[in-house]
Design a protein around this ligand. Structure first.
Ligand SMILES: [Cu+2]
Length: 497
């Protein structure tokens, strides 16, 4: 049984009268073709082609952009239907779980002040599901961003998510995915995740006005024990085109289930404007990026000298007992065409200050009301993952917080692998990592917690503002490597007014 909570009881909604309607009409809404059901899965693909070689074998297509649904007159209306279907990625087909028949479902575009009116239909054969609006400072109650709702196969549920104007939610890149405890990893791995944009980033950074916008949504599937295939917008090793000196607005998100991705574009730095939808005070030049599951960055790309530039993963030690994965090419950048004759584009980008007030500055200057400690651990057989020695229990509230307080939370990782910290409804400021003070310049909603080593446990310190009145209610915090969350590494918080 998944919903034992007695809160947010949605199971009875849209009751059994619809149960006969197990299979909803499929309408493909994004450009990804699904393999015909008769096609069988590519047998033992992992044995034939692995990692980089396999990705290289794919034909280089141009990066496609997701289909979009926009709000109209303050309301975004959408229906998201989850079904089990075969997904085709390059030459590889696998049994997927998808929204609206597409491995990359529609991108939802809204504005602050809008309402998202989303009907979720569960057309999956077996499992309950629901929708979470990751990173958004919206209400966790009722038919808003309430993860205690469980929509069973054959049922549907109408979400109504109001995005307040005056509180903490601003323009940025967010995403949606299922959050039914115990079923999350399976469903996100199958393909159930998509993007949300709160429009208006060009008001924070006027330099973005009129720039071409390109999304890079990373997902992964496992090909046997040793190999993960990382796709971008549902494509394998696609390329994106830019002209030398041209500026583009790139929005990069790891919307996969469990993979921590470290990557770079060889010979091409990027200029980060925002982390998890929260603006920096000015762009920061970086050449390497580490995006755990759920993390996003908004960046400016400057077209380099003519040539082809590879976006590749960087091997790193995720877990003490496991070899780092070899580097994998995930996309290419082709810079070609007439160079734009601008003197020093990079300097112009770097001196561009954010416009307006930032929530980050408020968080940084607010005194901490109290501290809490979360200790991450697991059972030796890796079947149970704990926070403070306990697995998730939907009947228990683990932390009660007073609205208006800003708190410091310390996450201690006693496990020899990466985990992460994510909390719903509010962003946080990272202040310390393994004892080293962090000089952060923006908020985040998900951050990796380094593994324990011979030197001791891994440690992350964050300052969390519980100051936005819209977040009053019961919600969750957890590791966003969602197989760990499914196996217990999640807790319940209640913010009380
Ligand atoms: Cu974890």
């Amino acid at each position: 049984m998944v919903n034992r909570s007695g809160v947010g009881e949605a199971d009875a909604l849209r009751s059994s009268s619809r149960r006969h309607n197990r299979r909803f009409v499929l309408k493909a809404m994004a450009g990804l073709p699904l393999a015909a059901p008769a096609l069988s899965i590519a047998p033992a693909a992992s044995a034939v082609l692995l990692g980089t070689e396999w990705a290289r074998a794919q034909t280089a297509e141009e990066l496609i952009q997701p289909a979009e649904i926009r709000s109209d007159n303050g309301v975004l209306r959408a229906t998201l239907t989850a079904t089990a279907d075969r997904v085709k990625l390059g030459d590889f087909a696998f049994p997927g779980l998808v929204y609206n028949g597409a491995y990359l479902p529609p991108l939802l575009r809204v504005r602050v002040g809008d309402t998202m009116a989303i009907t979720f239909r569960n057309g999956l054969p077996d499992d309950p599901s629901n929708l979470h609006y990751h990173g958004m400072a919206v209400s966790p109650l009722g038919n808003s961003d309430n993860v205690f709702i469980h929509v069973h196969p054959g049922q549907e549920f109408d979400y109504n998510i109001h995005i307040p104007v005056r509180d903490r939610q601003g323009p940025g890149l967010f995403w949606y995915h299922p959050h039914a405890h115990g079923f999350v990893a399976k469903q996100i791995l199958g393909g159930m995740s998509g993007g949300i944009v709160v429009e208006g980033s060009e008001q924070l950074f006027p330099i973005l006005g009129g720039l071409p916008e390109r999304f890079f949504f990373f997902k992964h599937v496992e090909l046997g024990e040793e190999s993960e295939i990382i796709s971008v917008n549902g494509q394998l090793n696609p390329h994106v085109r830019i002209q030398p000196g041209e500026l583009q607005f790139w929005r990069i998100a790891n919307i996969g289930a469990t993979l921590f991705i470290k990557f770079r574009i060889e010979g091409m730095p990027l200029y980060v404007l925002a982390t998890d939808g929260h603006p920096l005070s000015r762009p920061r030049k970086l050449t390497e990026f580490f995006l755990g599951p759920g993390e996003r960055i908004d960046v400016i790309a400057i077209g380099p000298q003519s040539g082809e530039y590879a976006m590749t993963t960087i091997p790193f030690q995720n877990s003490a007992g496991r070899k780092p994965s070899p580097p994998q090419r995930i996309a290419g950048v082709i810079s070609a065409g007439a160079p734009t004759a601008t003197a020093d584009i990079e300097a112009a980008v770097l001196r561009h200050d954010v416009q307006g007030r930032r929530w980050f500055d408020e968080v940084r200057s607010t005194p901490v009301a109290r501290g809490r400690t979360l200790v991450y651990s697991r059972s030796p057989d890796r079947q149970h993952f704990m926070i403070n020695g306990r697995m998730m229990d939907e009947n228990r509230v683990d932390q009660t917080v007073k609205l208006g307080d800003t708190e410091e939370w310390t996450i201690i990782n006693n496990d020899q692998q990466y985990h992460s910290f994510h909390i719903h409804q509010t962003a946080f400021m990272v202040t310390e990592l393994n004892g080293i003070r962090q000089n952060e310049d923006s908020l985040r909603d998900t951050f990796s917690v380094p593994p324990a080593t011979d030197a001791g446990p891994g440690m992350l310190k964050v300052v969390i503002p519980f100051t936005d009145p819209v977040i009053v209610g019961r919600f969750v915090y957890h590791c966003h490597a969602v197989d760990h969350e499914d196996k217990g590494m999640m807790g319940i918080i209640e913010v009380v007014a």
